[in-house]
Design a protein around this ligand. Structure first.
Ligand code: THU
Length: 135
């Protein structure tokens, strides 16, 4: 699947963001090796702590349906759903990616469907603490 298509799916997912506290909307679309796309949005909570990022929503949806191998993820976000810059996943989401994805996993961040850049997980989370460290 082309990056542009995945970015489009992330924008679609952003529409469902539940972010009444920050007003910041995020959407993500994750491509599995089997060719499926799992999307996710951020889901906030009045207690703040339970808030879940869009990337983790997408990843957890996929994992909970038996998918464990991923190729790339597109992420978009901005105040009131209007991206003003490329959106980079938070540290917690990068760590969750490191649990399931190799260093070559691609993270695509977009401002619009025509304006996006991509970087590897290894580039965004160098020297990560990953599952193989525990064996
Ligand atoms: N957020 C994400 O969805 N992904 C990230 O990588 C960072 C932040 C959400 C959480 C919260 O709902 C809002 O953005 C503001 O932090």
């Amino acid at each position: 699947m082309e990056n542009r298509e995945l970015v489009k799916a992330a924008f679609e997912a952003m529409k469902y963001a539940y972010s009444p506290y920050s007003g910041f909307k995020v959407g993500a679309a994750l491509l599995t090796k089997s060719g499926k796309v799992y999307s996710g949005c951020n889901i906030e909570n009045a207690a703040f702590g339970p808030t879940n990022c869009a990337e983790r929503t997408a990843i957890f949806k996929a994992i909970s349906e038996g998918e464990k191998e991923f190729v790339k993820i597109a992420v978009v976000g901005g105040k009131d759903g209007k991206p003003s810059d490329y959106f980079y996943p938070c540290g917690v989401c990068r760590q969750v990616m490191a649990e399931f994805c190799g260093g070559d996993f691609e993270i695509i961040t977009a401002i619009s469907e025509d304006d996006y850049v991509s970087e590897t997980l290894a580039g965004m989370l160098p020297r990560s603490f990953s599952p193989e460290k525990l064996v």
